[in-house]
Ligand binder design. Structure first.
Ligand code: 6PG
Length: 266
């Protein structure tokens, strides 16, 4: 305490020091409270078009590398709306399609000509426009009445044709942080043995078909393609949220590449 000659305290100077201390502490707290700008394990793309171009180029580069190295390229395709434009752009590329095999990372429990079918989406965007041998195209043998048998059949197909090893697994992410058809709090999240399973999704009151985590992890390359503002919260949870893969299934994915646009990161 600052005591003056006559024993009284020099409030002003005391006041000044106190004020200084308060200001300093305010400044200190202001700095620690400042939300630190998020750092991403990737460089967001300024536009969806730039992202789609980059995925298409990278796909072609990897395909040619794999075909040169081992004579074939095994790809698991993502469904949903995000990759559709990439598939359309691939249709204009001159790739050795006879050396490329397509599989589906997930599928809806609908016939192949149904508007929700991921097979139908890829067929319209890509397959119907290229010369690829039908034996290179491996759609999920959807059985609307008995999805368990269809999933078991596809599980065997995956083991028989590519030994459950993909050169590339393409994945999207939903705004609930699901990926493929690994939805929050669903049975398929716990599957350890099989590569591919049927998965009942309460929010759709319907079955989906999906690769399991172990199948996805068996991809030599695994690319996450995520665009749009709607994915911001889910992406934040996946990147920085508390570990809770049951609620945020994409947390358990270890992508080798992220293709994310700025809109999904702001
Ligand atoms: C599917 C997908 C799914 C998709 C996400 C994102 O069949 O729906 O495979 O996992 O990637 O739902 O969907 P969008 O790309 O449409 O946002």
């Amino acid at each position: 305490m600052l005591k003056s000659e006559n024993g009284t305290y020099r409030a002003d100077s005391l006041g000044v020091h106190l004020k200084r201390a308060v200001i300093d502490s305010q400044l200190f707290f202001r700095t620690i409270r400042q939300p630190q700008p998020m750092t991403f394990p990737f460089e967001p793309y300024s536009s969806v078009e730039a992202l789609q171009q980059s995925v298409t180029d990278a796909f072609c580069e990897l395909a040619l590398q794999c075909i040169e190295r081992k004579g074939s390229f095994q790809v698991s395709l993502s469904g949903g709306s995000t990759p559709k434009r990439v598939y359309e752009m691939l249709a204009d590329r001159d790739l050795p399609w006879d050396k490329i095999h397509f599989y589906w990372g997930d599928e809806r429990n609908v016939p192949a000509d149904h508007q929700d079918s991921n097979y139908r989406m890829v067929n319209l965007a890509l397959l119907s426009k290229i010369r690829i041998p039908s034996e290179n195209v491996h759609p999920v043998p959807v059985n609307v009445e008995d999805p368990a048998s269809a999933a078991a059949e596809y599980n065997s197909t995956l083991q028989a044709t590519c030994d459950g090893k993909w050169d590339l697994v393409l994945l999207g992410m939903g705004d609930d942080a699901h990926t493929a058809s690994l939805f929050p709090e669903t049975k398929a999240l716990a599957e350890q043995q099989r590569l591919f399973v049927e998965n009942f999704v309460p929010k759709f009151d319907a079955f989906r078909y999906t690769m399991t985590y172990s199948a996805i992890a068996a991809g030599a390359e695994c690319w996450f393609i995520i665009t749009g503002q709607a994915k911001q919260d889910a992406l934040q949870q996946v990147l920085t949220g508390d570990a809770n893969p049951s609620l945020y299934p994409s947390q358990l994915i270890k992508p080798t590449r992220w293709f994310v646009d700025a809109a999904a990161t702001q």
